[in-house]
Every structure is written in C-alpha cells, then in structure tokens.
Design a binder for this molecule. Structure first.
Ligand SMILES: NC(=O)CC[C@H](N)C(=O)O
Length: 385
C-alpha cells in the first residue's frame, strides 16, 4: 500500500487518501466527488456508522472504520446525531453494497453524496489503522475523482498546508444559531421518539456540537432541556433560570474553544451551578478548573473502551470519541480524578470538590455503544431541584 507511492492512479482507482507526508493510499471513491482535508482517525465500533458520521465532534476528521462492512444496513432519518454528516469523509474496506434492513430508507453512499461527503473503499484499513497507531493521526486529503484524474500537486499541497486540529475552535462552526427547547426522548421501534417531560428540573445545555442522543438521555432522566449556542453569555444562561447546566461534546481543540467557553463556566462555578460535561464539555470544565488539556497521539474512538470508576473499582464499557484529553498531571487541588481508561490510563472523569460539577471524557449516551454509564444522566438530573 505504501511503497513507491505512484502519483498516477492504478487502474480503476477513483479514490485517494493523500497524507501530509505525500504518501498516497488508493481506493475506489464513493459518495460525493471532490476533495476535503482533515485528520485521519480510526473507529473500532462494529455498528453505528451513521451515528458516527453525523456526530458533530468528527468535524474536520476522516474516519477509518476498522469494521470491514460499512453501509450494509443503509441509513434512515432516525439514527442520526445531527441533521447532516460532520465527518468530512470515511475510509472503508469493502465496497458499499445494496442495503439490507427493514429500517433502511437510503443507501449509505447516496446519502453521503447528497450531503457532499466523500468515501473511499477497497483500502487495507488494518494497515492504515496500524499506521495511525504507530505514527499518530496524520493530516490528509480525501479525494474522489469518478474519472480517475487527480491533480496530485494541488491535493498534496492542501494536505501539507492544513494547520491540523490543534489550535482550532470548531465548536463555533457546528453550534446552533438560536436558543431552543428540546423535547425528544429515546427512540423505540413502532413508537418513534418519546416526548420529553412537562415538569422536572430545567437544564440549559450549551451546544458546542451536541449529539442528539445526549439531549434525549437528559430528557429521559427527567430534565426539561433548553439548548443554547456555544457563545451564550453567563447572564443569558442565568436569565433562563436553569437548575443545572450541561456542557456538550464537540469538535476541535478544547484549548481554543476555551477562549470564550471557560469564562462562562467559571462564572457558573462561582454561582455554584450544578454542571455536567461530556467529552469536549468535560475538557472545558477541566480547563475552567485550572487543569490543562493536550492532544493525544492516536485518540480513542470506538464502542468498547473499558473505563474504571475509581470510587468503587467498577468497570464500565464505554463509547469514546476524542483526540484531546485533560492531562491528569495538571489537576489542581479541588479537582478529583473519578474515572480512568483501562486501555492506557488516561484520565476519563473529574469531579470538583465542594462543587456540584463533574465531567466524563467518554460518551454515556452511547449511540453507538453500550449503556453502562447512563447512570451519569440520573446522577446529574436526579440531584437537581
Ligand atoms: N467527542 C468530543 O467531544 C471530542 C472532544 C475533542 N474535540 C477531542 O477530540 O478530544
């Protein structure tokens, strides 16, 4: 796959991943034609490709699926974490085939094309995953040229010249424009989405790129939810009279989003507001408390990551998607580590002593993934009055 790196496509190649190093990995393009730049990551989940592609946290990322058959159950309007895909593209092993599932409404490749997202199949995804693991997540351009003609000089320059994710505030690009109520609960076959509660504590969720299933799990836990844009001020949040504030997941570098998010979170902490943060929200809570975040070498993305809860040793199998993490060595006094990754010991949860504020690096809302950690939604909402 990697030697020689011919700039001329091998016969039949209509897709190419051009790494910032100049290396080219050829395949068959599907979805939209064109090219896009991003960071290459891999996700080990065996199900949930539609949820993964629509998760706003994947903005500016190219997802390599380690599971070889992607697209085989099609796509629908319900298993989505946002209204459009946010990953810029995906790399898969096998050609996308005719979907076979009673809920399928559209082919995966046609859905990608409709939303302007690019796929490449026929790639040795095991070798690419191994490369990311050994060398770190590379910047790259994903390109699809149905006629097999690639302007390699331009594409190589685009891959080489892209800044990378570090230092990028992407929450601003994916957040909503207006404040609005959220009323959907969990989905059930034959019933669709449940309605949220009429009564119950009011949670204001700051949308840095929120997955819909987080909001559904908050309503399921009994909260009335209002979602606000990422740059909403402390005064605007307080005017909504929240019983608690939720800090969402989201794309990009937490240290960049911190510029406007951290002052608001610090004011909320000073007002003793109960706070729950997930992923980017957890990282921002850590930054607000005085810790530091750092880019990881390869990141964590999948649906089977074991995490240990330090209070009682219990292990939760979790869904993960992050490429940055709060550095455990920088936790100041008053911030306690609550969870840790059993894969590599990275910090996976914090709680602020004497405050009603906690965060987890992983995804208790799953989607896709196991529900072991759903208790965190009950813990947050149940303590609000
Ligand atoms: N899922 C998320 O919220 C991701 C957070 C952050 N963008 C990271 O990659 O670490």
């Amino acid at each position: 796959m990697t030697e020689a790196t011919p700039a001329r496509p091998p016969s039949g190649a209509t897709g190419a991943l051009i790494l910032a190093s100049g290396e080219i990995i050829w395949g068959r393009g599907f979805g939209a034609a064109g090219h896009a730049v991003g960071e290459v990551c891999f996700n080990t989940a065996m199900t949930g490709y539609q949820e993964i592609m629509t998760d706003p946290s994947y903005a500016r990322q190219i997802v390599t699926f380690t599971f070889p058959h992607i697209g085989n159950v099609g796509v629908n309007d319900e298993d989505t974490e946002a209204d459009t895909p946010h990953a810029v593209g995906c790399i898969v092993r096998e050609t996308v085939t005719e979907p076979s599932n009673f809920r399928s409404a559209e082919r995966f490749d046609e859905w990608l094309a409709r939303h302007g997202r690019i796929g490449i199949s026929g790639v040795d995804t095991r070798a690419l995953t191994r490369k990311v693991r050994l060398e770190g997540a590379p910047n790259a351009v994903i390109a699809h040229a149905p006629d097999g003609k690639f302007d390699m000089d331009t594409l190589r320059a685009a891959a080489r010249e892209w800044s990378g994710l570090e230092g990028l505030d992407l929450a601003r690009d994916v957040t909503r424009e207006d404040t609005g109520g959220w009323n959907d609960g969990p989905w059930q076959l034959g019933q669709g989405f449940a309605a949220g509660p009429q009564h119950g504590p009011h949670v204001v969720a700051i949308d840095y790129g929120a997955k819909k299933n987080i909001l559904r799990r908050l309503t399921n836990a009994g909260a009335r939810v209002t979602v606000v844009p990422a740059e909403t001020s402390f005064d605007e949040i307080m005017a909504l009279k929240p019983a608690g504030v939720f800090l969402s997941n989201g794309p990009g570098d937490p240290a960049a989003t911190a510029a406007y998010a951290v002052p608001v979170i610090q004011q909320l902490l000073a007002a003793d507001m109960p706070i729950f943060g997930i992923c980017l929200g957890h990282q921002l809570l850590g930054l607000a408390a005085g810790a530091k975040t750092a880019k990881m070498f390869q990141g964590h993305r999948g649906a089977n990551h074991p995490v240990q809860r330090l209070s009682d040793g219990r292990v939760e199998i979790t869904s993960m998607n992050h490429g940055f993490a709060v550095d455990a060595d920088t936790l100041p006094d008053g911030v306690e580590a609550t969870h840790t990754s059993l894969f590599d010991g990275t910090l996976c949860g914090i709680e602020l002593t004497g405050k009603r504020a906690f965060g987890v690096q992983y995804h208790p809302e799953a989607s896709p993934g196991p529900m072991d950690s759903d208790y965190l939604f009950q813990k947050f909402v149940g303590a609000l009055s």
